[in-house]
Design a protein. Structure first.
Length: 352
């Protein structure tokens, strides 16, 4: 038995400190060795027929626009029939190179834009296969207070959990806004955290290839040194892996919180407690997680004066209730005007 097989296997990403700064020398992907004999072959599990079928169904169900190569979802099945053996071999041998994502900007409900990265449909299919297996590995340890991008959990579940805290007497909410979260994720820190459960280094190498695939802007490819592009099937689980570190810290402190993706609210019983929590949690996020908190959009307020996932709460001591936030109502009315036309005789109020 070789020396490599005799000692406990530690993938190279496990050597990275969780506190390393993104500015440090990046890990060289080509230095990742093959997974040793005796390890769980996670990459083979990802490439199992049934997992691939599920991934293909997901991509077809979600549809979506083509990536930089122009291939449509409808063309994917025919392409895979012809080229899958070659693609699979490249993945197994660590030679697979994803295409750059296509940049697309969408308008945010409250103004401004959000940049999406649309992967090519073949890359979308492979990402979905990876995401399904990685999600199954992380789901059992994710926080009960995390609701975004998780099976069997919804925005309404998150809002109901928040309502429970308000009814229990937690009449102040600490709203923490992460500035450009998806664009600021440090790749090496993410991969280091993934490696605590993902023990097949070939899978880490494949995920890193997707993170580093670049973005196509005006026909030119720009490097992606940090960030998790919104728009690919892998992004949701990777974002939850990053923010699970924050969830665990909030749980360790015994705080009542709800998180839906990068929307984070913490419920406390006094403004003074809220100010302390805001200060200390902001310090943890910036110093330990290397992320940025938007101070202008973060703060402490009463739940009925704040907005969470488009909802707010009534100011009732006996029985607070959930209601739509006025900004959500305004947005709905504007949308109805767009659909019905401004010349329509039917009033917006009546349609709503």
């Amino acid at each position: 038995m070789s020396g490599l097989q005799q000692r406990k296997w530690r993938g190279p990403y496990e050597q990275l400190s969780l506190w390393d700064d993104c500015s440090s020398e990046p890990f060289v992907a080509s230095s990742i060795p093959e997974s040793p004999t005796g390890e769980v072959q996670l990459l083979e599990k990802i490439l199992e027929r049934e997992n691939l079928r599920r991934a293909l169904r997901q991509v077809r169900r979600n549809k979506g626009a083509p990536g930089v190569d122009g291939m449509t979802v409808r063309q994917l099945g025919r392409h895979l029939k012809k080229h899958w053996p070659k693609i699979k071999a490249a993945i197994l041998q660590g030679r697979y190179k994803p295409l750059p994502v296509r940049r697309k900007e969408i308008e945010k409900p409250e103004g401004g834009g959000r940049l999406l990265g649309i992967p090519a449909v073949v890359d979308r299919f492979i990402q979905a296969a990876v995401a399904q297996v990685v999600s199954e590995m992380w789901e059992p340890i994710f926080s009960e207070s995390s609701f975004g991008f998780r099976p069997g959990r919804s925005q309404h579940d998150a809002v109901r959990r928040a309502l429970g805290y308000v009814r229990a007497g937690y009449r102040y909410v600490v709203d923490i806004d992460l500035s450009q979260f998806f664009d600021r994720v440090c790749h090496d820190r993410l991969l280091s955290r993934l490696a605590t459960r993902v023990k097949d280094p070939r899978v880490l190498k494949l995920i890193r290839a997707f993170l580093k695939s670049g973005v196509m802007v005006d026909g030119l490819t720009e490097a992606t040194e940090e960030g998790v592009p919104q728009g690919g099937p892998l992004s949701p689980v990777l974002s939850n892996v990053v923010l699970d570190e924050l969830d665990k810290e909030l749980e360790r402190r015994g705080l009542r919180f709800v998180r839906f993706a990068d929307d984070i609210v913490i419920y406390v019983k006094s403004r003074r407690a809220g100010e302390r929590v805001l200060q200390s949690v902001t310090r943890f996020i910036t110093r330990r997680m290397r992320l940025k908190v938007n101070a202008d959009k973060s703060g402490v307020n009463h739940p009925w004066r704040s907005k969470f996932l488009g909802f707010t709460f009534t100011n009732s001591v006996a029985q607070p209730l959930i209601r739509l936030h006025w900004k959500t109502v305004k947005r709905m009315k504007e949308r109805v005007r767009e659909l019905t036309g401004r010349s329509s005789e039917r009033s917006v109020k009546r349609v709503v």
